[in-house]
Design a protein around this ligand. Structure first.
Ligand SMILES: NC(=O)c1ccc[n+]([C@@H]2O[C@H](COP(=O)([O-])OP(=O)(O)OC[C@H]3O[C@@H](n4cnc5c(N)ncnc54)[C@H](OP(=O)(O)O)[C@@H]3O)[C@@H](O)[C@H]2O)c1
Ligand SMILES: *[C@@H]1O[C@H](CO)[C@@H](O)[C@H](O)[C@H]1NC(C)=O
Length: 332
Protein backbone atom coordinates (compact mmCIF):
# COMPACT_ATOMS: atom_id res chain seq x y z
CA UNK A 1 0.00 0.00 0.00
CA UNK A 2 2.66 2.46 1.13
CA UNK A 3 4.88 1.33 -1.75
CA UNK A 4 2.13 2.03 -4.27
CA UNK A 5 1.62 5.47 -2.79
CA UNK A 6 5.31 6.25 -3.05
CA UNK A 7 5.46 5.07 -6.66
CA UNK A 8 2.38 7.10 -7.48
CA UNK A 9 3.74 10.20 -5.79
CA UNK A 10 7.06 9.78 -7.58
CA UNK A 11 5.34 9.39 -10.92
CA UNK A 12 3.19 12.43 -10.26
CA UNK A 13 6.14 14.48 -9.09
CA UNK A 14 8.14 13.40 -12.13
CA UNK A 15 5.25 14.27 -14.39
CA UNK A 16 4.87 17.72 -12.86
CA UNK A 17 8.60 18.34 -13.14
CA UNK A 18 8.52 17.38 -16.79
CA UNK A 19 5.54 19.66 -17.33
CA UNK A 20 7.27 22.58 -15.66
CA UNK A 21 10.44 21.94 -17.65
CA UNK A 22 8.56 21.86 -20.94
CA UNK A 23 6.70 25.08 -20.27
CA UNK A 24 9.79 26.79 -19.01
CA UNK A 25 11.79 25.69 -22.09
CA UNK A 26 9.05 26.83 -24.45
CA UNK A 27 8.74 30.21 -22.77
CA UNK A 28 12.52 30.75 -22.77
CA UNK A 29 12.73 29.83 -26.47
CA UNK A 30 9.90 32.16 -27.39
CA UNK A 31 11.39 35.20 -25.64
CA UNK A 32 14.79 34.39 -27.06
CA UNK A 33 13.59 34.23 -30.64
CA UNK A 34 11.35 37.28 -30.26
CA UNK A 35 14.34 39.29 -29.09
CA UNK A 36 16.50 38.09 -31.97
CA UNK A 37 13.74 38.58 -34.48
CA UNK A 38 13.12 42.26 -34.92
CA UNK A 39 13.50 43.09 -38.58
CA UNK A 40 16.28 40.60 -39.30
CA UNK A 41 14.66 39.51 -42.56
CA UNK A 42 13.23 42.85 -43.65
CA UNK A 43 13.20 43.07 -47.45
CA UNK A 44 14.15 39.41 -47.91
CA UNK A 45 12.23 36.84 -49.88
CA UNK A 46 12.19 33.24 -48.68
CA UNK A 47 10.78 30.11 -50.31
CA UNK A 48 9.87 27.24 -47.95
CA UNK A 49 8.77 23.90 -49.38
CA UNK A 50 6.14 22.06 -47.35
CA UNK A 51 5.36 25.18 -45.34
CA UNK A 52 1.77 24.21 -44.50
CA UNK A 53 2.71 21.72 -41.80
CA UNK A 54 5.16 20.86 -39.01
CA UNK A 55 8.66 22.27 -39.29
CA UNK A 56 7.97 24.22 -42.48
CA UNK A 57 5.02 26.00 -40.92
CA UNK A 58 6.97 26.87 -37.76
CA UNK A 59 9.88 28.12 -39.87
CA UNK A 60 7.51 30.29 -41.92
CA UNK A 61 5.96 31.77 -38.76
CA UNK A 62 9.31 32.72 -37.29
CA UNK A 63 10.70 34.22 -40.51
CA UNK A 64 7.48 36.22 -40.84
CA UNK A 65 8.07 37.53 -37.34
CA UNK A 66 11.46 38.63 -38.64
CA UNK A 67 9.54 40.50 -41.41
CA UNK A 68 10.46 38.26 -44.34
CA UNK A 69 8.35 37.91 -47.45
CA UNK A 70 7.57 34.18 -47.31
CA UNK A 71 6.45 32.06 -50.24
CA UNK A 72 4.84 28.83 -49.07
CA UNK A 73 5.55 26.21 -51.73
CA UNK A 74 2.94 23.53 -51.15
CA UNK A 75 1.37 20.68 -53.06
CA UNK A 76 -2.17 21.11 -51.77
CA UNK A 77 -3.60 24.57 -52.31
CA UNK A 78 -6.50 24.11 -49.89
CA UNK A 79 -4.28 22.94 -47.01
CA UNK A 80 -1.79 25.69 -47.79
CA UNK A 81 -4.36 28.51 -47.90
CA UNK A 82 -5.80 27.24 -44.63
CA UNK A 83 -2.36 27.31 -42.98
CA UNK A 84 -1.69 30.76 -44.46
CA UNK A 85 -4.96 32.09 -43.04
CA UNK A 86 -4.10 30.75 -39.61
CA UNK A 87 -0.57 32.17 -39.76
CA UNK A 88 -1.80 35.61 -40.81
CA UNK A 89 -4.31 35.64 -37.95
CA UNK A 90 -1.73 34.37 -35.46
CA UNK A 91 0.83 36.98 -36.45
CA UNK A 92 -1.56 39.83 -37.18
CA UNK A 93 -0.43 40.17 -40.80
CA UNK A 94 -2.66 41.73 -43.38
CA UNK A 95 -3.35 39.64 -46.43
CA UNK A 96 -1.58 41.98 -48.82
CA UNK A 97 1.58 43.24 -47.22
CA UNK A 98 2.78 46.79 -47.90
CA UNK A 99 1.76 49.88 -45.91
CA UNK A 100 1.79 49.14 -42.21
CA UNK A 101 2.22 45.46 -42.84
CA UNK A 102 5.48 43.79 -42.13
CA UNK A 103 6.13 40.31 -43.25
CA UNK A 104 4.20 39.00 -46.22
CA UNK A 105 2.87 35.54 -46.92
CA UNK A 106 2.13 34.03 -50.32
CA UNK A 107 1.00 30.58 -51.38
CA UNK A 108 2.27 28.92 -54.56
CA UNK A 109 1.64 25.41 -55.80
CA UNK A 110 4.54 22.99 -55.86
CA UNK A 111 4.25 19.22 -56.04
CA UNK A 112 7.72 17.77 -55.69
CA UNK A 113 6.43 14.43 -56.94
CA UNK A 114 5.99 15.99 -60.40
CA UNK A 115 8.83 17.47 -62.47
CA UNK A 116 6.22 19.31 -64.50
CA UNK A 117 4.94 20.98 -61.33
CA UNK A 118 8.48 21.87 -60.21
CA UNK A 119 9.15 23.47 -63.58
CA UNK A 120 5.95 25.50 -63.64
CA UNK A 121 6.47 26.63 -60.03
CA UNK A 122 9.95 27.89 -60.92
CA UNK A 123 8.71 29.55 -64.08
CA UNK A 124 6.17 31.51 -62.04
CA UNK A 125 8.73 32.47 -59.40
CA UNK A 126 11.19 33.65 -62.04
CA UNK A 127 8.43 35.74 -63.64
CA UNK A 128 7.09 37.26 -60.44
CA UNK A 129 10.02 37.63 -58.08
CA UNK A 130 12.84 40.08 -58.58
CA UNK A 131 14.94 38.41 -55.90
CA UNK A 132 15.29 35.27 -53.80
CA UNK A 133 17.34 35.47 -50.61
CA UNK A 134 16.68 32.10 -49.02
CA UNK A 135 15.46 28.75 -50.35
CA UNK A 136 14.51 26.21 -47.68
CA UNK A 137 14.20 22.64 -48.95
CA UNK A 138 12.04 21.38 -46.13
CA UNK A 139 9.22 19.24 -47.56
CA UNK A 140 9.54 15.54 -47.03
CA UNK A 141 7.76 12.22 -47.05
CA UNK A 142 8.60 9.47 -44.57
CA UNK A 143 8.42 5.69 -44.94
CA UNK A 144 5.40 5.55 -47.22
CA UNK A 145 4.31 2.30 -48.87
CA UNK A 146 5.89 1.72 -52.28
CA UNK A 147 4.74 4.51 -54.55
CA UNK A 148 6.07 6.25 -57.62
CA UNK A 149 6.12 9.89 -58.55
CA UNK A 150 4.53 11.17 -61.75
CA UNK A 151 7.86 10.58 -63.48
CA UNK A 152 8.31 7.05 -62.18
CA UNK A 153 10.75 7.68 -59.34
CA UNK A 154 10.47 5.92 -55.99
CA UNK A 155 8.42 8.41 -53.94
CA UNK A 156 10.84 9.21 -51.10
CA UNK A 157 13.88 9.56 -53.35
CA UNK A 158 11.73 11.45 -55.87
CA UNK A 159 10.27 14.00 -53.45
CA UNK A 160 12.97 14.37 -50.81
CA UNK A 161 15.91 14.41 -53.23
CA UNK A 162 15.09 14.65 -56.95
CA UNK A 163 12.25 17.18 -56.75
CA UNK A 164 14.36 19.48 -54.61
CA UNK A 165 17.36 18.86 -56.87
CA UNK A 166 15.50 20.22 -59.90
CA UNK A 167 13.89 23.02 -57.88
CA UNK A 168 17.24 24.24 -56.58
CA UNK A 169 18.92 24.08 -59.97
CA UNK A 170 16.15 26.05 -61.66
CA UNK A 171 16.27 28.77 -58.97
CA UNK A 172 20.05 28.99 -58.81
CA UNK A 173 20.31 31.90 -61.25
CA UNK A 174 17.92 34.02 -59.20
CA UNK A 175 19.74 33.09 -55.98
CA UNK A 176 23.08 34.08 -57.53
CA UNK A 177 21.67 37.40 -58.70
CA UNK A 178 20.42 38.03 -55.16
CA UNK A 179 23.73 37.15 -53.45
CA UNK A 180 24.53 37.02 -50.61
CA UNK A 181 21.82 34.37 -50.46
CA UNK A 182 21.30 31.03 -48.77
CA UNK A 183 20.01 27.55 -49.36
CA UNK A 184 18.94 25.45 -46.35
CA UNK A 185 18.38 21.70 -46.69
CA UNK A 186 16.45 19.70 -44.09
CA UNK A 187 17.87 16.20 -43.76
CA UNK A 188 17.73 13.73 -40.85
CA UNK A 189 20.06 11.77 -38.59
CA UNK A 190 18.54 8.67 -40.15
CA UNK A 191 20.83 9.29 -43.13
CA UNK A 192 23.16 6.96 -41.19
CA UNK A 193 21.19 3.90 -42.30
CA UNK A 194 21.16 4.85 -45.97
CA UNK A 195 23.31 4.02 -48.95
CA UNK A 196 23.25 5.37 -52.52
CA UNK A 197 22.66 2.09 -54.35
CA UNK A 198 23.11 3.32 -57.89
CA UNK A 199 21.91 0.00 -59.33
CA UNK A 200 18.38 0.44 -57.94
CA UNK A 201 17.65 4.10 -57.18
CA UNK A 202 13.95 3.56 -57.84
CA UNK A 203 13.74 0.47 -55.63
CA UNK A 204 12.33 -1.62 -58.43
CA UNK A 205 14.28 -4.71 -57.39
CA UNK A 206 13.64 -4.34 -53.69
CA UNK A 207 11.73 -1.81 -51.59
CA UNK A 208 12.51 -1.21 -47.93
CA UNK A 209 10.72 1.92 -46.77
CA UNK A 210 13.18 2.70 -43.94
CA UNK A 211 16.14 2.27 -46.22
CA UNK A 212 14.53 4.43 -48.92
CA UNK A 213 13.93 7.26 -46.43
CA UNK A 214 17.49 7.06 -45.12
CA UNK A 215 18.84 6.97 -48.66
CA UNK A 216 16.89 10.12 -49.58
CA UNK A 217 18.22 11.93 -46.48
CA UNK A 218 21.80 10.82 -47.24
CA UNK A 219 21.22 12.17 -50.76
CA UNK A 220 20.22 15.54 -49.20
CA UNK A 221 23.62 15.74 -47.50
CA UNK A 222 25.70 14.62 -50.50
CA UNK A 223 23.75 17.11 -52.64
CA UNK A 224 24.49 19.93 -50.18
CA UNK A 225 28.22 19.25 -50.15
CA UNK A 226 28.50 18.95 -53.93
CA UNK A 227 26.41 22.11 -54.42
CA UNK A 228 28.55 24.02 -51.91
CA UNK A 229 31.59 23.07 -53.97
CA UNK A 230 29.93 24.31 -57.16
CA UNK A 231 28.85 27.56 -55.47
CA UNK A 232 32.26 28.59 -54.15
CA UNK A 233 32.81 32.34 -54.65
CA UNK A 234 29.24 33.00 -55.82
CA UNK A 235 27.96 34.47 -52.54
CA UNK A 236 25.37 31.68 -52.35
CA UNK A 237 25.80 29.34 -49.39
CA UNK A 238 24.15 25.98 -48.77
CA UNK A 239 23.98 24.07 -45.50
CA UNK A 240 22.14 20.99 -44.28
CA UNK A 241 20.62 20.15 -40.92
CA UNK A 242 18.86 17.53 -38.84
CA UNK A 243 16.00 18.88 -36.70
CA UNK A 244 15.94 16.16 -34.02
CA UNK A 245 12.73 14.26 -33.27
CA UNK A 246 9.79 16.58 -33.70
CA UNK A 247 6.02 16.28 -33.19
CA UNK A 248 4.71 16.81 -36.74
CA UNK A 249 2.58 15.03 -39.33
CA UNK A 250 5.61 13.21 -40.74
CA UNK A 251 4.56 9.87 -39.24
CA UNK A 252 1.31 9.76 -41.21
CA UNK A 253 2.29 6.52 -42.96
CA UNK A 254 3.31 4.78 -39.75
CA UNK A 255 0.60 2.60 -38.30
CA UNK A 256 0.34 2.69 -34.51
CA UNK A 257 -2.10 0.20 -32.95
CA UNK A 258 -5.10 1.94 -31.38
CA UNK A 259 -4.26 0.75 -27.89
CA UNK A 260 -0.71 2.06 -28.10
CA UNK A 261 -1.81 5.52 -29.29
CA UNK A 262 -2.26 7.17 -25.86
CA UNK A 263 1.18 5.93 -24.79
CA UNK A 264 2.73 7.16 -28.03
CA UNK A 265 1.08 10.55 -27.61
CA UNK A 266 2.35 10.80 -24.06
CA UNK A 267 5.89 9.89 -25.04
CA UNK A 268 5.91 12.26 -28.00
CA UNK A 269 4.47 15.06 -25.90
CA UNK A 270 7.10 14.52 -23.19
CA UNK A 271 10.17 13.81 -25.30
CA UNK A 272 9.72 15.07 -28.85
CA UNK A 273 10.46 18.67 -29.73
CA UNK A 274 7.62 21.02 -30.58
CA UNK A 275 7.65 22.21 -34.21
CA UNK A 276 8.98 25.61 -33.08
CA UNK A 277 11.80 23.97 -31.15
CA UNK A 278 12.55 21.65 -34.08
CA UNK A 279 12.60 24.56 -36.53
CA UNK A 280 15.29 26.50 -34.66
CA UNK A 281 18.20 25.25 -36.78
CA UNK A 282 16.35 25.96 -40.04
CA UNK A 283 15.60 29.48 -38.81
CA UNK A 284 19.19 29.95 -37.65
CA UNK A 285 20.67 28.87 -40.99
CA UNK A 286 18.16 31.01 -42.89
CA UNK A 287 18.65 34.24 -41.02
CA UNK A 288 21.41 34.36 -38.42
CA UNK A 289 24.35 36.67 -39.16
CA UNK A 290 26.52 34.08 -37.38
CA UNK A 291 26.49 31.77 -40.40
CA UNK A 292 27.09 34.43 -43.03
CA UNK A 293 29.51 32.89 -45.55
CA UNK A 294 29.42 29.41 -43.96
CA UNK A 295 28.73 26.71 -46.56
CA UNK A 296 28.69 22.94 -47.04
CA UNK A 297 28.24 22.18 -43.35
CA UNK A 298 25.93 19.90 -41.34
CA UNK A 299 24.08 21.37 -38.33
CA UNK A 300 22.00 20.18 -35.37
CA UNK A 301 20.67 22.36 -32.54
CA UNK A 302 22.20 25.43 -34.24
CA UNK A 303 25.71 23.99 -34.06
CA UNK A 304 27.94 22.34 -36.63
CA UNK A 305 28.09 18.55 -36.27
CA UNK A 306 30.29 15.78 -37.62
CA UNK A 307 29.18 13.55 -40.46
CA UNK A 308 29.85 9.87 -41.04
CA UNK A 309 32.43 9.22 -43.80
CA UNK A 310 29.70 7.92 -46.11
CA UNK A 311 28.10 11.38 -46.14
CA UNK A 312 31.44 12.98 -47.01
CA UNK A 313 32.28 10.73 -49.94
CA UNK A 314 32.70 13.37 -52.63
CA UNK A 315 33.02 10.84 -55.43
CA UNK A 316 29.62 9.39 -54.57
CA UNK A 317 28.32 12.96 -54.24
CA UNK A 318 29.51 13.84 -57.72
CA UNK A 319 28.15 10.65 -59.23
CA UNK A 320 24.78 11.25 -57.53
CA UNK A 321 24.75 14.79 -58.94
CA UNK A 322 25.43 13.57 -62.48
CA UNK A 323 22.78 10.86 -62.33
CA UNK A 324 20.25 13.23 -60.79
CA UNK A 325 20.82 15.68 -63.64
CA UNK A 326 19.94 12.98 -66.13
CA UNK A 327 16.96 11.70 -64.10
CA UNK A 328 15.29 15.13 -63.87
CA UNK A 329 16.08 15.98 -67.48
CA UNK A 330 18.57 18.79 -66.91
CA UNK A 331 21.02 16.88 -69.07
CA UNK A 332 19.93 14.55 -71.80
N1 LIG B 1 9.56 15.33 -37.64
C1 LIG B 1 10.75 14.81 -37.40
O1 LIG B 1 10.98 14.21 -36.33
C2 LIG B 1 11.84 14.91 -38.42
C3 LIG B 1 13.09 14.33 -38.13
C4 LIG B 1 14.11 14.43 -39.08
C5 LIG B 1 13.87 15.08 -40.29
N2 LIG B 1 12.66 15.62 -40.56
C6 LIG B 1 12.47 16.29 -41.86
O2 LIG B 1 11.79 17.50 -41.67
C7 LIG B 1 11.14 17.89 -42.87
C8 LIG B 1 9.75 18.43 -42.56
O3 LIG B 1 8.94 17.38 -42.07
P1 LIG B 1 7.89 17.55 -40.88
O4 LIG B 1 8.40 16.72 -39.76
O5 LIG B 1 7.55 18.95 -40.66
O6 LIG B 1 6.63 16.71 -41.48
P2 LIG B 1 5.19 17.16 -41.99
O7 LIG B 1 4.44 17.85 -40.91
O8 LIG B 1 4.61 15.91 -42.56
O9 LIG B 1 5.50 18.19 -43.15
C9 LIG B 1 6.01 17.75 -44.39
C10 LIG B 1 5.65 18.73 -45.47
O10 LIG B 1 6.14 18.23 -46.73
C11 LIG B 1 5.09 18.33 -47.66
N3 LIG B 1 5.19 17.40 -48.78
C12 LIG B 1 5.13 16.05 -48.76
N4 LIG B 1 5.16 15.57 -50.01
C13 LIG B 1 5.23 16.64 -50.85
C14 LIG B 1 5.25 16.80 -52.25
N5 LIG B 1 5.17 15.75 -53.09
N6 LIG B 1 5.33 18.04 -52.76
C15 LIG B 1 5.37 19.11 -51.94
N7 LIG B 1 5.33 19.03 -50.62
C16 LIG B 1 5.25 17.80 -50.07
C17 LIG B 1 3.83 18.08 -46.85
O11 LIG B 1 2.68 18.51 -47.56
P3 LIG B 1 1.21 17.94 -47.19
O12 LIG B 1 0.83 18.53 -45.87
O13 LIG B 1 0.36 18.42 -48.32
O14 LIG B 1 1.33 16.46 -47.14
C18 LIG B 1 4.14 18.92 -45.62
O15 LIG B 1 3.87 20.26 -45.87
C19 LIG B 1 11.16 16.67 -43.77
O16 LIG B 1 12.13 16.83 -44.78
C20 LIG B 1 11.58 15.54 -42.83
O17 LIG B 1 12.29 14.53 -43.53
C21 LIG B 1 11.64 15.56 -39.65
C1 LIG C 1 15.51 -2.06 -44.10
O1 LIG C 1 16.45 -1.00 -44.02
C2 LIG C 1 16.84 -0.68 -42.70
C3 LIG C 1 17.67 0.57 -42.76
O2 LIG C 1 18.65 0.53 -43.77
C4 LIG C 1 17.56 -1.89 -42.08
O3 LIG C 1 17.97 -1.58 -40.76
C5 LIG C 1 16.62 -3.07 -42.09
O4 LIG C 1 17.30 -4.23 -41.62
C6 LIG C 1 16.08 -3.34 -43.50
N1 LIG C 1 15.04 -4.36 -43.44
C7 LIG C 1 15.06 -5.42 -44.21
C8 LIG C 1 13.90 -6.36 -44.06
O5 LIG C 1 15.95 -5.65 -45.01
Amino acid sequence: MAATAVVLAAALGGGLLLLARRFWAAAAKATQSAAAAAGLMEGKTVIITGANSGLGRATAAELLRQHARVIMACRDRVRAEEAARELRAELGLCSRGGGECRGELLVRELDLASLRSVRSFCQQVLQEESRLDVLINNAGIFQCPYMKTEDGFEMQFGVNHLGHFLLTNLLLGLLKNSAPSRIVVVSSKLYKYGEINFDDLNSELNYNKSFAYSRSKLANILFTRELARRLENTGVTVNVLHPGIVRTNLGRHIHIPLLAKPLFNLVSWAFFKSPLEGAQTSIYLASSPEVEGVSGKYFGDCKEEELLPKAMDDLIGRKLWDISEVMVGLLK
